[in-house]
Write a protein that binds this ligand. Structure first.
Ligand code: URA
Length: 236
């Protein structure tokens, strides 16, 4: 909801509305990083970031990011071995976002990050069964029997997996290219499933989460989700 900046400051307990007007006129208030001295300025309590004396006022606005994670980055804020983390790739983002789920160190592709805790909880909850699609290069070529095993669920160390799809895209001789779709997010799940059918993963890249696609987002770069993408994720 849009409100006048002085009202926003007053409601956040910074000062009375009149005193807040003075603070604005004195150039003490920033909206999205820019000092604002206009009293008529309106701010959106969900979308704008207001700062006073260098500190954020009110709740942090929610941001939603899609990163194309390269191999060789961990999906945690800090790594015990000091390896590069996905946070190194989103230095331009001021909000304290966290990854939605994980991708292995040696997996690339679509990783969502947000500071919207409710959405993170929802998207990572096992009951949601959101489809995650991977483009995989496997050793050898899975047989029709292997494809059936995927569809029926495969026994891995953490139990039987939910039905999954494997579609052969191209036979490269020693390898084959496949699309693999799972609805869970167990640790190293795709790799373990492919090990179980004796066609281990050579390379793995996540290309889709639900209806969201990585598209042509360059490796190592990120973009903000569109309003309709955010709306879609919230509707799941
Ligand atoms: N499955 C894996 O094995 N690794 C990932 O990073 C994601 C899914």
């Amino acid at each position: 909801m849009e409100v006048r900046l002085q009202k926003f400051l007053a409601e956040a307990g910074i000062a009375s509305r009149r005193k807040s007007e003075e603070l604005i006129l004195k150039g003490k208030v920033q909206v999205n990083g820019v000092t604002v001295t206009e009293l008529g300025t309106k701010v959106d309590d969900k979308l704008d970031t207001v700062t006073f004396n260098g500190k954020r006022v009110g709740e942090e606005r929610h941001v939603y990011i899609m990163l194309n994670k390269p191999e060789g980055f961990v999906t945690t804020a800090k790594d015990q071995f000091d390896r590069p983390t996905v946070m190194d790739l989103i230095k331009g983002v001021k909000e304290r976002v966290v990854p939605v789920g994980r991708l292995d160190y040696d997996t690339s592709g679509l990783l969502l990050l947000t500071n919207d805790g409710d959405l993170t909880f929802k998207l990572t909850h096992p009951s949601k069964k959101i489809e995650k699609t991977y483009s995989a290069k496997l050793f050898g070529k899975p047989t029709d029997e292997n494809i059936k095993e995927f569809a029926e669920g495969i026994e891995i160390d953490t139990g039987k997996t939910h039905p999954a799809k494997i579609e052969i895209i191209e036979d490269l001789g020693k390898y084959c290219l496949c699309n693999i779709t799972i609805t869970e997010g167990k640790n190293r799940q795709v790799r373990k499933m492919c090990d179980a059918i004796k066609h281990p993963v050579a390379t793995l890249k996540r290309v889709g989460t639900g209806k969201l696609n990585l598209g042509d987002l360059k490796k190592g770069t990120y973009r903000y989700l569109t309003d309709s993408e955010v709306k879609y994720l919230k509707s799941l």
